[in-house]
Design a protein around this ligand. Sequence first.
Ligand code: GAP
Length: 457
Amino acid sequence: MSIENMDELINHLKSQGFVFQGSEIYGGLANSWDYGPLGVEIKSKLKSLWWKYFVKKNEFNVGLDSSIILNDNVWKSSGHIGNFNDPLIDCKNCKARYRADKLIEENLPNIVISGCTLEQLKAIILENKINCPKCGKLDYTDIRKFELMFKTYQGVIADDSSVVHLRPETAQGIFINFKNVQRTTRKKIPFGIGQMGKSFRNEITPGNFIFRTREFEQMELEFFFNPNDSKDWFEYWLNKVIIFLNEEINLDSKKYHIRHHEREELSHYSKKTVDIEFDFPFGRGELWGISHRGDFDLKAHQNGSKQNLMYLDTDTNEKYLPNVIEPSVGVERLLLAIFSQSYVEELLDDGTKRIVFKLPKKLAPYQIAIIPLQKQQNDKAYELFNELLTDFDAVYDITGNIGKRYRRQDAIGTLYCITIDFDSEADKKVTVRERDTMQQERILISELKNYLEQKLK
Ligand code: GAP
């Protein structure tokens, strides 16, 4: 999909009720998006697939739902207060604002800037004549650090003692509960804790639709293991993520790429990181990060809280701080990858165009649409719709001619349209039309449930 089609995709998602502009009737709030009736369905299916695969049906893992607002000491220990900031630079001429590191990366893709001071970053911009992308001038402010965490106050008095922050990642809620979870579940190392939920970052340059926003959802797993374990748990979880992408959500394997971080590029907590990047319509971007965090976080919280977070192996009497592998992904980023690979415009034999949203089977908001051909079949169709609603995600569609209804269902990704017509009364059959091939079959109503179950497996 090209960048031009990105606008079409966004219009499509808005017009069909997947994603709306946030606060739209008040003129909107920049880079905020609301998920409509179809968006919320696909989002919740995606989250439940992740939960099932990484938590519920995984032999090692359990789940957690920690708070968004944590004791501020959590962020002091984790290094977020003080370290979680981006280098901000403004164009003095047109006032456009950029992340200095991104400005350099976009213009000089081969340069390594990790570890550079703010002054060095500015020097790179000036020496390489990276002009302002908006006005073309080379007249920038100095670079300053911009704190990414959203600050607020807890309680009635808004002063320094009541400052709290919204979490910028779900991971820290897991680390501070490591002991609680281990004690109550009596889990032995290795085991993991999965969590999904909202995170907030006051991004300097949000954009590219839902790719980078200030409020987003993460799905993170922190997997704890003995540092002396000979098994390569990093490879194990990387492989698991790839199986999830291929088999659970059918992401096109030609569109994603595995990129190992260079040493200089690693975050302060990471021993090893791999990004799975996706070819989005606007270019290649990070989709899913897998990091080896060592014992950085547990050690930081053990020091900060003065609590003993060591794990005692009761079989060997070995006492240690576990190491951690973290696969971390944003729900909306994964959705954008799925949306952009699924949006297809087809030219049909009769010269007309159809938009078909080829959403993966497990994620389509509706599996089936029940369509009465004419008014006379409404009652029968509605009865069938109610019967099938128990077992399938179904919608009842009675407005417009049959062609329009097929197009409408194609556009929202409905997998099968089931039409009741004049003959249904006599032959006790319905027509089942498949979304991608548009092929139709007559199926006995008594066989329908079985037929659909097979198809939707
Ligand atoms: N706990 C590690 C962590 O948070 P990260 O690379 O900063 O690492 C992990 O974020 C994932 O969260 C990213 O790969 C991306 O999918 C998603 N993500 C991060 N910032 C985001 C933003 N501003 N908007 C949407 N998704 C974001």
